[in-house]
Design a protein. Structure first.
Length: 290
């Protein structure tokens, strides 16, 4: 089976990391097209993944020799819908509904199957009149480190995105006297964490929360989007409303129950959110379509 993967992202974010994990797990027969000057191209080459520059012309040319085209972001979905002749699969990671326009309806009618990153994202597609039988939930997968975190820092992802809620978290930290480390490199910082805080106003799933859980770091997360599907309240983490007093209280409760939350969080990833689960479910969908 030959699958052509498309990703137009020019930053290394959660979606791009999932593409790399998927391609490494699938192995031979899978080719990635991505921006020639982007970090995804460089990292794919470093990992020995077959990768070539992305353009409308390269999609049209290589799609003819592929059994499936898999678009991993919105722009590559548009391009593939326009020029790829064969079966199209689209990964959908965002929590907002598609636009209701003639062009959008054509584009969303073109895909044979959608891989929604959560039940929440699936519902947004159904609300946009995508037939339910063309949507499968495939959760993100993360690798389980050999050891667990052994630090005492409260860590949150650094972001300038106003939808990510770091303004609320800063207000909560000031209110309760916490010191928050806003991380630009979760891979390096999570091994020194005691707690991970993920405050956001919208979220398809929250792969950064899964990464923390894999390290055995409990998560305090907003009760929005797909986050309640991965953070089980008072079991593997604490869910909170998006206001500073509630966030501060959730952090206090998580710290007081850290050990049990940490063990449950890591076990949850191992049982439900591993890379192998994500790869095998995707592979089965490919086989059903071909």
């Amino acid at each position: 089976m030959r699958v052509l993967h498309l990703d137009t992202g020019r930053e290394m974010r959660g979606g791009q990391l999932q593409v790399l994990s998927l391609l490494a797990g699938l192995g031979a027969g899978n080719t990635l097209l991505t921006a020639s000057d982007g970090p995804l191209m460089q990292e794919a080459r470093r990992r020995g993944i077959e990768v070539q520059p992305l353009s409308m012309m390269s999609i049209a040319s290589m799609a003819r020799d592929s059994d499936i085209v898999h678009a991993h972001d919105a722009r590559s979905h548009t391009w593939a819908a326009a020029v790829a002749p064969g079966p199209l699969i689209v990964s959908r990671r965002v929590a907002f509904a598609p636009k209701n326009s003639i062009m959008s309806r054509w584009k969303y009618g073109r895909a044979k199957q959608y891989l929604a990153v959560s039940e929440h994202v699936k519902r947004t597609l159904i609300d946009a009149e995508v037939p339910e039988e063309r949507i499968t939930v495939v959760y993100d997968g993360v690798h389980l480190p050999e050891r667990t975190a052994t630090g005492d820092r409260i860590i949150a992802p650094a972001s300038d995105d106003p939808m990510k809620g770091n303004d609320l978290l800063r207000a909560a930290a000031d209110l309760a006297g916490f010191r928050i480390h806003f991380s630009h490199d979760l891979g390096a910082d999570l091994p020194t964490a005691s707690l991970f805080v993920y405050i956001t106003r919208s979220e398809g799933l929250g792969s950064a929360a899964l990464l923390a859980m894999a390290w055995g770091v409990p998560v305090v997360a907003s009760r929005v989007g797909g986050l309640p599907e991965i953070v089980e309240d008072c079991h593997s983490g604490i869910l909170t409303d998006n206001n500073p007093p509630a966030i501060a209280d959730a952090i206090l409760r998580a710290l007081s129950a850290r050990d049990s939350l940490a063990a449950n969080a890591r076990r949850c990833v191992e049982q439900k959110f591993s890379v192998s689960h994500m790869v095998e479910k995707t592979r089965r969908i490919y086989e059903q379509i071909v």
